[in-house]
Design a protein around this ligand. Structure first.
Ligand code: HEM
Length: 425
């Protein structure tokens, strides 16, 4: 067994300062080691990556979630009592609700169709506008469509404010600054709105379309209205979060304009490959974590009971052992082949039914292919703007949130270096 130190300094500041670059830097320091040993928030932490690590991490006899997710993340991103925090039978029972709603191709196709329609209507209204901020527009389009799809009422006048709340919850989970407090207030407003709706549906004072997402979640009487609201939000919020990937899609089409031509042809297989490469290449979820159930060993590395075990999502998606030339944007990696279950893990790994892997991957890919193809066919120009994607900020975006000017012919994008605009500032 490799000799391991007994004491590791706390590196919470390293994470706060370096963001997505924190673990990659640690990997470089670790050299050939298959784990990074450190300390976070005073607790021993071991970071892993690679398909074997994925299988190790998602084995419930190794890692549990209860007590692992810090309150600031539950109070903004997930909600208290959410599916993300459960283990064992409790988790599987709750997860089945999401699987039933999100893994049904008919429902996924219906949502993608509604998003396409809402996008076309929004674009029709862009004529004459001096500029459009792609991230903001995408978040509103998806907010409108996902509410319609879920059967959750939302007046036209409420779309922008609701989209702002749903994106704020994602934007503020990894900081304790003003963004964090905005996220908490947004969550409070949205939980109150949806808990009241669930109560009305249960008491018969509001109608929910039969078989809708709202009717299904409200029908789970074992969930208090507040908890039903948390889980409804765990469908609405992350769907709107696809707007992050839409902004990155705008960035990719600008930096690598040949991608536009390929997408314009309307080959669905290529559009899916493009969506996978956007999810692999661009930084979104940095890592996921749980707690060691008992003393563990992973490839000669001792992990003491109670230590935090991190699965390094960003690191694995840029690991040269899995992805040759990982900082090259290349959808051809996925043409004609499905990504390996435990290789491409932007939304977690393992089996979504049995563990915590995201149940929203089909939705994410369907929405991205729908919007990416439309964006590739759209005529617009890209004005001068700051396209830096800060690796220090979690979650990150092009600094400008990607601005375009509707109309005109899309000009050739400025070629980017191998790491595009990813920057350590
Ligand atoms: C925007 C793109 C998305 C990203 C980057 C993303 C990422 C993730 C990640 C990293 C996890 C945690 C996996 C783990 O803990 O092991 C997760 C879980 C989850 N995601 Fe997503 N997700 C996205 C979209 C969606 C969508 C569209 C939905 C629903 C419509 C969704 C619903 C969920 C739920 C309910 C969980 C909790 C699963 C569980 O704990 O069992 N996500 N997602």
């Amino acid at each position: 067994m490799a000799k391991q130190r007994r004491w590791y300094p706390d590196d919470s500041v390293g994470l706060a300062v370096q963001g997505y670059a924190w673990l990659p830097d640690e990997w470089r320091r670790a050299g050939a080691w298959s784990a990074v040993h450190t300390r976070l928030l005073g607790r021993r932490a071991v970071a892993l990556r690679g398909p074997q690590a994925v299988r190790f991490f998602y084995d419930e006899s190794h890692v549990r979630r209860h007590g692992a997710i810090p309150e600031p993340v539950r109070g903004t991103l997930f909600g208290h009592g959410a599916v993300h925090t459960l283990d064992g039978e409790d988790h599987r029972r709750r997860k089945a609700i999401f699987q039933g709603l999100l893994k049904d191709p008919r429902r996924v196709g219906d949502l993608a169709r509604r998003v396409g329609q809402a996008w076309d209507e929004a674009v029709a209204g862009w004529a004459g506008r001096p500029r459009v901020v792609l991230f903001d527009e995408a978040s509103r389009v998806i907010t409108r469509a996902v509410h319609d799809w879920a059967g959750v009422p939302l007046a036209a006048g409420e779309v922008a404010a609701t989209a702002a709340d749903l994106t704020a919850m994602v934007d503020g989970f990894a900081t304790l600054g003003p963004r964090h407090w905005r996220a908490r207030r947004a969550r409070g407003r949205q939980e109150r709105r949806l808990a009241a709706l669930v109560e009305q549906v249960r008491s018969g004072t509001a109608e929910a379309a039969p078989d809708s997402v709202l009717a299904t979640v409200a029908g789970h009487d074992e969930l208090e209205p507040e908890l039903a609201a948390v889980e409804l939000l765990n469908i609405l919020r992350p769907t709107v979060a696809v707007a992050w990937f839409v902004a990155f899609t705008g960035h990719a089409l600008h930096r690598w304009p040949q991608q536009r031509d390929r997408l314009r042809e309307g080959d669905l297989g290529y559009a899916v490959a493009f969506a996978h490469e956007v999810r692999r290449f661009y930084p979104f979820a940095p890592f996921v974590g749980g707690l060691a159930v008992r003393d563990l060993t992973f490839q000669e590395h001792r992990i003491p009971k109670g230590a935090m075990v991190l699965l390094d999502i960003y690191g694995q998606n840029h690991d040269a052992a899995l992805w040759p030339d990982p900082y090259r944007f290349d959808p051809d990696r996925f043409v004609g082949r499905e990504p390996g279950r435990d290789e491409l893990i932007p939304q977690g790994g393992g089996d979504p039914a049995g563990n915590h892997r995201c149940p929203g991957e089909d939705v994410t890919v369907a929405l991205l292919t729908t919007i990416a193809t439309r964006l590739a066919r759209l005529d617009y120009t890209v004005p001068e703007q700051d396209l830096t994607i800060s690796l220090r900020r979690i979650p990150t975006l092009p600094a400008s949130r990607f601005v375009l000017i509707p109309g005109g012919r899309a000009g050739a994008g400025a070629a980017a270096g191998p790491r595009a605009d990813l920057a350590r500032r």
